[in-house]
Design a protein around this ligand. Structure first.
Ligand SMILES: NC(=O)c1ccc[n+]([C@@H]2O[C@H](COP(=O)([O-])OP(=O)(O)OC[C@H]3O[C@@H](n4cnc5c(N)ncnc54)[C@H](OP(=O)(O)O)[C@@H]3O)[C@@H](O)[C@H]2O)c1
Length: 289
């Protein structure tokens, strides 16, 4: 599908990832319809059906992303992460619209030692992951022409994220401890936005894709890159996840493979470190000292 011929609707359109999807579309001369909870609550079937009447592609960026809070309020997380995507997907199926939906590395158990494939068995350990896994199922079961794109460790200019926190707290305290025994793929929202446009343009078959950077690193190594970009010197030391008490469990191993992209001739996002170095000036602009 030609990006510029399609009418795009971005639901949950004021979040971090949505910011860069909207920017990527505008850079191509497309003005999408953008809605958030107040205009179009994705859990409300009547609003959803009416809201998409003029769309060709619906991108669902709406989500309940507070991983720790979800442990105490799984019902609300389920409504946004599972019921809502199901409502959107069934509306898209009925109206013949292309849907893009986002999921997460948290749907996996996080105890693997080689990258998770798109069809690896799910095994979420916490409430957020359970609700996102249920959302994937609802989208797939709807029969919609849907791309389910799992991502992880997102950062971008459009929202709070790990690099902004590290740069801010590092500057305030002058020393930081960051966990070294959880690995994953830091991913720039701008790169993921570009991947979504490439998937839609290529008319990728409905199915599950992994939208993360290539390579892998630990939070500690990523933090060291961030403080270097922020000009803060050697202020990060490693710690262990077991020493941190957090309500929701975090996956130890969050590395996702990209075979489904390669199979349709699309390049995965590049190496996380190269991408971070390009992203840093834009992402850290708000927290510059
Ligand atoms: N951030 C990450 O590291 C990460 C990692 C893996 C996967 N993901 C996935 O990537 C996607 C985008 O994440 P993000 O970080 O951009 O999320 P985000 O910044 O938290 O944005 C989510 C947006 O959804 C809105 N929303 C919540 N409930 C809604 C409802 N019922 N109807 C309409 N809008 C609603 C939120 O509005 P309010 O602010 O009003 O609540 C917010 O603007 C999500 O599917 C997320 O699960 C993110």
């Amino acid at each position: 599908m030609e990006i510029t011929d399609a009418r795009w609707h971005i639901a949950g359109g004021y979040g971090m990832l949505a910011t860069d999807i909207i920017a990527a579309l505008r850079a191509r001369g497309v003005e999408p319809v953008v809605t958030d909870r107040d205009d179009l609550d994705i859990t409300n079937p009547a609003k959803v059906a009416r809201g998409f009447a003029d769309a060709d592609v619906v991108v669902n960026c709406a989500a309940y992303t507070a991983v720790d809070a979800a442990e105490e309020d799984e019902a609300t997380a389920f409504a946004v992460n599972a019921t809502g995507p199901g409502v959107i997907a069934r509306a898209c199926a009925e109206m013949g619209l292309r849907m893009v939906h986002f999921s997460t590395d948290y749907v996996f158990a996080g105890d693997a030692t080689t990258p998770y494939a798109e069809d690896s068995p799910l095994g979420p350990k916490g409430a957020y992951g359970r609700t996102k896994a249920a959302g994937e199922t609802q989208v797939r079961d709807s029969g919609a022409d849907a791309l389910v794109v799992r991502t992880a460790w997102l950062y971008g200019r459009g929202g709070p994220c790990f690099p902004k926190t590290i740069a801010r707290v590092g500057r305030e305290r002058g020393a930081l401890q960051v966990v070294d025994d959880q690995v994953g793929q830091p991913t720039w929202t701008r790169d993921l936005a570009d991947l979504i446009l490439r998937l839609v343009e290529a008319e990728a078959p409905a199915g599950t894709y992994h939208g993360t950077s290539s390579g892998q690193t630990s939070w500690y190594e990523f933090a060291k890159e961030v403080v270097a970009s922020a000009g803060l010197g050697d202020i990060v030391s490693p710690s262990r996840a077991a020493d941190q008490k957090r309500p929701a469990p975090r996956p130890t191993y969050s590395v996702l493979g990209h075979d489904a992209l390669s199979a349709i001739g699309l390049a995965p996002i590049g190496d996380w470190r190269e991408r971070w170095r390009l992203a840093a000036p834009e992402v850290l602009a708000d927290v510059a000292g």
